[in-house]
Design a protein around this ligand. Structure first.
Ligand code: PA5
Length: 439
């Protein structure tokens, strides 16, 4: 079932059917390159078949771990950075209550994150929580050598061993890493941790449908079967359809490349519901790392409306015309809240009575789109019917597939990230890491 629809009517002032017709053969050829594995980075295409290839044993193992650890953990710490963290957080924060930490009758462990920052205060505050609450840990690193998660794991490993003793601590730690190499792999083997493998042919930012994303998502109480089913259905659609109208990923890749060539160098992904904020963070990494290279690439940016209409709205309306917008629009809410009547109407909002908050929000969305188009900003709208595991599975696969097609259309290797190394070399040299100090 298709749950993601693209609406291009607000693009008509900026690009036409002829532009799409002209680029159609290019995106088709990019799709062919992707599916045949004949392009650059073709040793990192394992994500294409993950929804169908992922073994049932892995899913079963994850569910068993969830059962084993849920009963003894109020908190589950996920240690990882970049692709080893953002996908899980995107799905969990989309699905859980904004106030999950305050839920009195929470059945699943609350997920806390580490390894994505080097802030000392952050770790101090995290340790204070871990002193009080029972917890377990997933430490996730494909290379097994990334500094931020390694530092976090050193701190948390020491804490959990002091709290529970070495033997019990080892039962509360799950390592997700390379099958053969890396420091984390070695530690996990030596300490006897439960381990999951990140396949060699799946890069970090495409790894959410491996245990990297699936374990934390399941630990948080969400249905990974539905997530995988959504991805599977979207895979069918992306792989089997050649027409832009039938294949949302091809259409998205086509639109963004047409707009880029017309000088729109920035894409702003916008939501009107704050729970999608981390979908934007995941999307920024996916597109930023995949396309930002060789002096090329659309700069991915994100805003949460209506909140940011009261900050960045001014720039979008009247600043430099660098950007186009992609509105990630949600058709329906999961819950309803009444706006109460007030005879006095001192606040002047009685005219809204009888309307749902979602209706008001949808009008804010349409009003914003019309204003921004008037302000000379092209707007693409992606609509999803609601937020659940199935829809998120579709959305993840849609963005991933479109990213591969878009990257090849841009003529870059969408599956490497050589630029990420530059800061690391300087940091290692400054910190005196052996082998770097003299460089
Ligand atoms: O997408 C990527 O490859 C990166 O963002 C990595 O996921 C990130 O740098 C973390 O790497 P690792 O999993 O090796 O610790």
């Amino acid at each position: 079932m298709r749950t993601i629809n693209l609406f291009t009517e607000h693009l008509s002032r900026f690009m036409g059917a002829d532009d799409l017709k002209a680029i159609h053969s290019e995106v088709l050829s990019a799709k062919k390159t992707l599916l045949e594995g004949s392009g650059k980075g073709n040793d990192f295409l394992g994500w294409i078949n993950l929804p169908v290839d992922l073994s049932a044993d892995i899913v079963k193992g994850i569910k068993e771990d969830v059962e084993r650890l849920t009963s003894k953990s109020k908190v589950f710490v996920v240690i990882g950075i970049g692709g080893s963290y953002l996908g899980a957080r995107a799905v969990i924060e989309s699905l859980q209550s904004e106030f999950a930490a305050m839920e009195p009758d929470r059945k699943s462990p609350l997920i806390l994150y580490a390894g994505h920052t080097l802030s000392e205060d952050y770790y101090y505050q995290l340790m204070q929580v871990l002193d009080r609450e029972d917890y377990s840990v997933a430490v996730i690193s494909k290379s097994g050598t990334t500094t931020e998660p390694a530092v976090a794991f050193r701190i948390i490993k020491s804490h959990i061993e002091n709290k529970y003793g070495k033997e019990e601590a080892a039962k509360r730690i799950i390592a997700i890493t390379d099958a053969r190499k890396g420091a984390l792999h070695e530690i996990a083997v030596q300490e006897g941790y439960r381990m999951y493998v990140i396949p060699d042919n799946v890069g970090g930012r495409f790894s959410v449908l491996t245990p990297v994303g699936l374990l934390p998502i399941a630990m948080s109480g969400y249905d990974i079967d539905k997530l995988l089913q959504g991805a599977k259905d979207m895979r069918e659609m992306c792989i089997n359809n050649e027409e832009l109208d039938d294949n949302p990923a091809l259409l998205y890749a086509a639109v963004r490349n047409v707009l880029y060539r017309k000088g729109r160098k920035v894409e702003i992904l916008e939501n009107f519901v704050p729970q999608l904020k981390y979908i934007s963070e995941w999307w920024k990494q996916l597109y930023g790392e995949s396309e930002g290279k060789d002096g090329k690439g659309i700069l991915p940016h994100s805003l949460s409306f209506t909140t940011d209409l009261h900050s960045m709205g001014q720039y979008v309306q009247e600043g430099e015309r660098l950007m186009f917008e992609t509105v990630l629009s949600v058709a329906g809410p999961r819950h309803h809240v009444e706006i109460p009547a007030d005879e006095q109407n001192l606040d002047g909002i009685n005219y809204l009575l009888g309307k749902t908050l979602t209706e008001i929000n949808r009008n804010a969305e349409l009003g914003t789109i019309l204003a921004h188009v008037d302000g000379n900003v092209p707007v693409l709208r992606i609509e999803i019917p609601g937020i659940d595991e199935y829809v998120l599975g579709q959305l993840i696969y849609f963005f991933e597939f479109a990213c591969g097609v878009s990257g090849y259309t841009l003529k870059v290797n969408p599956f490497d990230q050589p630029g990420v190394e530059a800061y690391k070399k300087n940091m290692f040299r400054l910190l005196g890491k052996p082998g770097y100090a003299e460089k």
